[in-house]
Design a protein around this ligand. Structure first.
Ligand code: SF4
Length: 439
């Protein structure tokens, strides 16, 4: 039986810790001078408008820079860093460039000739992943000789954990991403995500757990300084070990179960040899989801405020990029609009599966629900937001129409909102901004 060596290493020092992780699992075995190497960090989000929390959200530049240096020491000269960030405006070409500059990747370009690409601006190629699933992947990734996958060690509100396999979702085009959040109960998000590593060339995964995230994947989660690196030449083995660090049995993470089945692998880690510092000293439970009330109709925080007359059912795994990135803002704007007077039997539906309740004022968020329910007989009072991405102005109008007087201010300044989360990190020296720079 093949045994997969997974290095679990305490992050202590620049260069030394990443080098130890690479060496312990022989991570770059088979890499040759002349190979084209593609590095996939995790940059979920970026704004140049305000400082915002990157801990547990974005791969540290420290680990990226150390990996680039190690590759350069091995004689690798053709290195590309590629990411397809979540952008609210599909035509936005500036934000990715600002992220690459802000994270110091351009300095790696000056030192080592590293190229940075926004995959949204590059060609895609359709890949048949089996079971009739065809997704479009970035060609630079597909055509590379070797991939270094550097996700953040984080939880995810829909897939429980987001690690090496899930990190590859940033390399498919927008329509493929939407396809992953299918309404089909069997061929759902977990089923799709499990296939993302199928077309990956030879690879090395190093999971950056200097910071780990509860209730990820965004900046509104709860972050921890965990100082853990998990590394392996096999992405599934790395993910299963990192899931345990986050407090999850791999068998309880549906996309890892699907991925193991695809490869005829076991879930009990009997084919894994952990080398280095061991899992136990790092592992602790990380919640993956924001708490909702008992019948999942309101986030617990809104219920505790006493909000009445509104049902905002808990998101499911069919809600995708644009709608999900608006959810936090919508809920915040609703909380700010609450004046203690019950609203009039309103429901806000999201994703691609929710069905209307007779007798309610039903707000449909996004094109998917509009297409699905525009002729639904149970909706007497329909307030649709018909586009994808949903228009912030239409959201404000819809909520105002049902008597929820949200202000447009928060939507007009969406890029500023992440800055408010910085307060949580004041006077906490373990949250170092310098780890997201290349000095
Ligand atoms: S409307 Fe929302 S759920 Fe539908 S594809 Fe667009 S982002 Fe996804």
């Amino acid at each position: 039986m093949t045994r997969y060596q997974v290095a679990v290493v305490r992050y202590e020092k620049p260069m030394e810790s990443v080098r130890r992780a690479v060496n312990l699992c022989d991570g770059l075995a088979g890499l040759k001078v002349g190979d084209r190497v593609f590095i996939k960090p995790n940059i979920v989000f970026w704004t140049a408008s305000v400082p915002f929390p990157k801990w547990g959200v974005i791969t540290t530049s420290r680990v990226v820079a150390d990996m680039v240096t190690i590759l350069a020491e091995r004689g690798i000269t053709d290195i590309t860093i590629g990411e397809g960030m979540v952008l609210f405006d599909p035509k936005d070409t500036k934000t990715a460039l600002q992220a690459f500059e802000g994270l110091g990747y351009n300095e790696l370009g000056r030192r080592y000739g590293v190229k940075c690409i926004d995959v949204h601006q590059r060609p895609f190629e359709k890949v048949d992943l089996g079971d009739g699933v065809v997704l479009s992947f970035n060609k630079d990734f597909l055509e590379s000789d070797f991939v270094v996958d550097i996700p953040v060690m984080k939880t995810h509100a829909q897939t429980k954990v987001s690690l090496g396999i899930k990190n590859l979702k940033g390399l498919i085009n927008m329509s493929s991403r939407k396809k992953c959040h299918a309404a089909d109960l069997e061929r759902d998000l977990d089923f799709m995500v499990a296939k993302l590593a199928n077309p990956m060339p030879r690879s090395f995964t190093i999971i950056d757990g200097i910071y780990t995230a509860e209730r990820g994947p965004g900046f509104d989660g709860k972050m921890h300084r965990t100082n853990c690196l998990v590394a392996c030449r096999d992405v599934l083995a790395a993910d299963m070990v990192a899931a345990k660090v986050l407090g999850y049995e791999p068998a309880d993470v549906p996309h890892l179960v699907h991925a193991a089945r695809l490869r005829s692998r076991t879930m009990d880690l009997s084919d894994v040899e952990v080398v280095g510092d061991g899992i136990d000293q790092f592992a602790f439970p990380h919640q993956y989801t924001f708490p909702y009330n008992e019948d999942s109709t309101l986030p617990i925080q809104l219920e505790r405020m006493g909000i009445k007359g509104l049902s905002y059912p808990k998101y499911d795994n069919t809600i995708c990029t644009y709608c999900s990135s608006l959810t936090g803002l919508i809920l915040t704007s609703i909380a700010m609009a609450w004046k203690g007077e019950p609203w009039g039997n309103v429901e806000v539906l999201t994703g691609k599966r929710m069905v209307p309740t007779p007798g309610k004022k039903t707000i449909l968020l996004g094109k998917c629900l509009w297409d699905m329910h525009k002729n639904h007989p149970d909706i007497q009072n329909m307030i649709p937001i018909k586009t994808c991405p949903p228009s912030p102005k239409a959201i404000v109008r819809a909520l105002n129409d049902v008597g929820i007087e949200v202000s447009s201010h928060i939507f007009d300044h969406m890029d500023m909102a992440p800055g408010y989360f910085m307060r949580k990190y004041e006077n906490k020296p373990e949250f170092e901004e310098s780890l997201f720079k290349v000095e």
